[in-house]
Design a protein around this ligand. Structure first.
Ligand code: FCB
Length: 421
């Protein structure tokens, strides 16, 4: 069969996304404290979930999940010290953009006191990205909090928006000459629902009223940061990262299933966006497809899944992009990826998602870049280290980095700005 070449727009940004707590190592924040308290419970929970019926013993393809050490971020990938080496790898893969986050707890370890040494550290990090020909995308808040802030209620505290504003202003003043693209918050809906509704993540609340307050606080925080950053730099581009799920009805003609889809769309994709006043671009993370059967039961086909059991559904990215077209703003896909320890599905996953991204572009959606999650294997929050999301494999004993075959496939796409199908 003849091969087709799909060209992406000139200047398209090809990147990988990371977050500080998941790769740096050596952080002291609300998550590192929570990990210490929770590791035993999480390991035992995994044992109970994976107990084999026959033997009564826990059994999984990923036995690391039964080990408490799996749940402690500790030195992670030691990216804090090895960022140069990691960006060399990113450059060797022909990436022209790179997403990082700044660890607030390093910058402001005590309320109102900024740590100059850490400010210098991130300056070097950002410069190192630039020096390798990559455009830095900088997330200000990827979920972790300084301890002083979590102690007064974290994102649910009345003080949160002001604290975030002060921190954002400081970051803008320090880095606006080397950062153009700012991402204020990462996935406000995910962090609110996991921390304040399902109670799985710190601070493990199950309180819809508090969740609503958190939502409002985060909306205000984004708006304040947007203003602060623009006051420092008029050419800055500011947005927040929205995780968008693709919902479709279990039965195409069922009014009730369609109602479930409408509600799910509103609460998970739109409500937070409506709280924000200004965005220079839209940043989208895409991982999930849910087929909804009234009153909201999920009925995923789940035939093609990742190591975490998440359904792989590339077409979903097309639908969410088409839906975002109406805002008439540039769009960046700031995360998309999968846990795949054997690297069996990653190359196909990337190609198929990009095929749908390309289709959206060809139908007029203004997509400017794609960031794969993630460059490195990393600490996947309450799941710990066993899920392997990296284009690059990490040996957590030796910290050796090994480029996976799928990364070389991605490299070809980045290098040629085309996808051959
Ligand atoms: C996203 C998070 C990111 C990572 C991926 C797998 O929701 O932003 O930190 O955990 O999921």
């Amino acid at each position: 069969m003849e091969k087709k070449t799909l060209k992406f727009p000139d200047g398209f940004l090809w990147g990988a996304a990371t977050s500080a707590h998941q790769i740096e190592g050596g952080n002291t924040n609300d998550w590192s404290e929570w990990e210490k308290k929770s590791a035993e419970r999480l390991a035992k929970g995994a044992e109970a979930k994976w107990q084999a019926r026959k033997t009564g013993q826990p059994s999984s393809k990923f036995p690391e999940m039964f080990d408490q050490k799996n749940y402690i971020s500790g030195r992670a990938c030691d990216h804090y010290n090895r960022y140069g080496e990691d960006f060399d790898i990113a450059k060797s893969l022909n990436l022209n953009a790179f997403r990082i986050s700044i660890e607030w707890s390093r910058i402001e370890p005590k309320e109102g006191e900024f740590n100059e040494k850490e400010i210098e550290h991130y300056r070097k990090v950002i410069e190192a990205i630039r020096a390798r020909g990559m455009e830095p995308f900088v997330t200000l808040w990827h979920w972790t909090l300084p301890l002083w802030l979590s102690e007064i209620g974290g994102v649910s505290s009345k003080k949160f928006p002001l604290c975030f504003e002060r921190y954002s202003q400081k970051m803008a003043k320090e880095y606006s000459n080397i950062v153009k693209y700012w991402l204020t918050l990462n996935e406000p809906t995910a962090v609110t629902s996991m921390g304040y509704l399902s109670g799985v993540w710190p601070p493990q609340k199950k309180n819809p009223i508090l969740a609503l307050r958190v939502f409002k606080n985060l909306g205000r925080s984004h708006n304040a940061a947007y203003k602060e950053i623009h006051q420092v730099s008029s050419s800055a581009q500011v947005g927040f990262v929205n995780i968008l799920n693709y919902f479709d009805p279990f039965k195409k003609k069922s009014y009730l299933d369609k109602l479930s889809v409408g509600l799910a769309n509103y609460f998970s994709n739109k409500k937070f966006f409506n709280l924000t006043n200004n965005n220079d671009f839209l940043a989208v993370d895409y991982y999930f497809h849910h087929r909804l059967k009234f009153p909201a039961k999920e009925n995923n086909a789940n035939r093609n899944i990742t190591d975490l059991g998440w359904e792989i559904y590339p077409e979903g990215i097309y639908h969410i992009l088409k839906d975002y077209k109406k805002f008439n703003l540039p769009i960046f896909i700031t995360e998309n990826g999968l846990a795949d320890a054997k690297d069996e599905k990653r190359a196909k996953f990337i190609r198929e998602h990009l095929l749908w991204v390309h289709k959206a572009i060809s139908e007029g959606v203004d997509v400017h870049g794609y960031f794969h999650w993630s460059l490195l294997d990393n600490f996947e929050w309450d799941k710990g280290f066993w899920p392997r999301f990296g284009l690059v494999e990490i040996d957590y004993e030796t910290l050796e980095r090994k480029i996976r075959p799928s990364a070389l496939e991605y490299k070809k796409i980045c290098e040629t700005n085309t996808l051959k199908i």
